[in-house]
Design a protein around this ligand. Structure first.
Ligand code: FA5
Ligand code: MG
Length: 435
């Protein structure tokens, strides 16, 4: 999970943690699709003078995945055409067709889909406890301005989440929202004081069973006026923080029944204090949401001076994977009847019965990197070539030679959820599309 807000560099951390094997080990060939993966040393050597994966990726992506992209989609009455989002010649654009093809699908608006079932159950909780006070939005356009996504929620100018490595830019001023907090300011300005915003959000990220570049969040926001806290013996901030925790603990019980949970202090630019809620589930603590008391500046700038507010942002896939026992985040996008037929409106917590677990096909890929290399760019290239066949991309070796050149070896796990993959077809796909 890449936190929007923390700036930890997972790749660097992992690289540091790895023992550096001798070059011979890093590049030794082997061959089998079974437990010991073959080493496929593709002709992808990014020497310092060679193009970085970002540049290479953009081209690969745009030719390989366009078949799935529709001509135009409608989101809340806004028509979004491919050329509005994917601009091949524009260096300020980094949106591939694989991402465009997800815009407008709005899984959270399907009542028979696990994400729709979960959204409706959260709505039920707020309707029951706040009798219609919360306005609900689930159809706001995911194309937002840099101002909405970052400036309006006080994300610092140099924050890592603004980088082209982490965010999909349509142009220098427009992004695919990377969190539903992008809508806080406009809704406040429109006069809303209690609202829930559900939507698809987009982040360039690593690849594994819990990360997908498109996922879904629900934002909650509640404004208090001085009358609300004046008799409480608390100041506005303490009052809002207590109400926030009570509200979210109630929501967690509504979803999970009696569960162990804990609050963890954290940091977000738009809230202070800030917390994460973790739930103990299947022998581990799981972060399910971020939240906090809204920074005064946001309220002041949007017409609510002298008020306080709380806000939260929860990850729907995170919760749904736990509630429905869904083992791989790619499954949410499946149209396979064997997946879709297992879920129906109003039925939260029906346990998913895996219909297949086809064998993975592993390929290892070694290449020299330069200072421009990033893991997110590599993942984008791989996703552009293999689409949803790629299950995981994992750094397994990191080696620096005497001249200071560094090579990385990544293990790519390919696995179809519908059939067995052959070694040959994956070899062909890699060679065809990378040459
Ligand atoms: C945010 O996005 C903040 N906007 C949340 C927030 C809103 C905080 C309002 C305070 C006030 P973060 O990046 O941690 O924070 O993401 C929030 C939740 O989204 C996470 O707890 C997790 O459940 C989910 N999430 C984040 N990244 C992913 C991902 N790559 N895949 C699936 N779920 C994710
Ligand atoms: Mg987080």
């Amino acid at each position: 999970m890449r936190p929007l807000i923390r700036s930890a560099c997972r790749l660097r951390a992992r690289v540091r943690a790895m023992a550096t094997l001798p070059a011979a080990a890093a590049f030794s060939p082997s061959s089998s699709a079974a437990a010991r993966p073959p080493r496929l040393t593709l002709a992808l050597f990014f020497l310092p003078s060679a193009p970085a994966p970002a540049a290479l990726g953009a081209r690969a992506l745009r030719t390989s995945a366009s078949a799935a992209a529709a001509a135009a989609v409608d989101v809340g009455g806004v028509k979004i055409a491919r050329e509005d989002v994917v601009r091949e010649e524009d260096p300020t654009n980094n949106v591939p067709d694989t991402i465009y093809s997800k815009i407008g699908l709005q899984l959270h608006r399907r009542d028979n889909h696990p994400l729709g079932i979960l959204k409706n159950t959260i709505y039920d909780y707020f309707d029951k406890n706040f009798s219609g006070q919360f306005n609900k939005f689930d159809d706001l356009c995911p194309l937002v301005s840099v101002k909405q996504n970052f400036d309006d929620v006080l994300v610092p100018a140099d924050h890592i989440s603004r980088s082209y490595n982490d965010t999909y830019y349509v142009d220098a001023q427009t992004v695919l929202r990377c969190h539903t907090s992008a809508h806080q300011a406009e809704l406040l300005r429109d006069g809303h004081t209690h609202f829930l915003v559900t939507g698809d959000v987009y982040r360039r990220d690593s690849i594994d069973s819990t990360h997908y570049p498109v996922f879904h969040q629900m934002e909650g926001f509640r404004v208090f006026s001085p009358d609300d806290w004046s008799g409480s013996g608390m100041d506005g901030t303490a009052y809002a923080a207590a109400d926030l925790k009570k509200t979210l603990e109630g929501l967690a019980r509504h979803l999970f029944g009696a569960v162990e949970m804990r609050w963890v202090d954290t940091y977000f630019p738009f809230t202070n204090p800030s917390f994460e809620l973790e739930i103990y589930f299947q022998d581990d603590w799981l972060e399910v949401l971020g939240c906090g008391v809204t920074e005064q500046e946001i309220l002041k700038s949007n017409g609510r001076t002298d008020h306080v507010a709380w806000a939260f942002g929860l990850g729907l896939e995170r919760l749904a994977m736990v509630l429905f026992d869904i083992p791989d985040i790619r499954l949410f996008w499946s149209n396979d009847q064997r997946f879709t037929s297992q879920f129906s409106e109003g039925k939260l917590g029906v346990k998913f019965k895996p219909f297949s677990k086809f064998p993975p096909c592993y390929k290892d890929m070694s290449f020299w990197i330069n200072e421009e290399f990033t893991e997110n760019n590599l993942c984008e290239v791989v996703r552009g070539i293999a689409g949803d066949l790629v299950e995981e991309v994992k750094l397994i070796d990191n080696f620096t030679n005497k001249k200071g050149l560094t090579s990385h070896c990544y293990r790519i796990a390919y696995r179809s959820m519908e059939r067995s993959l052959t070694d040959e077809e994956i070899n062909d796909m890699q060679v065809d599309r990378c040459s």
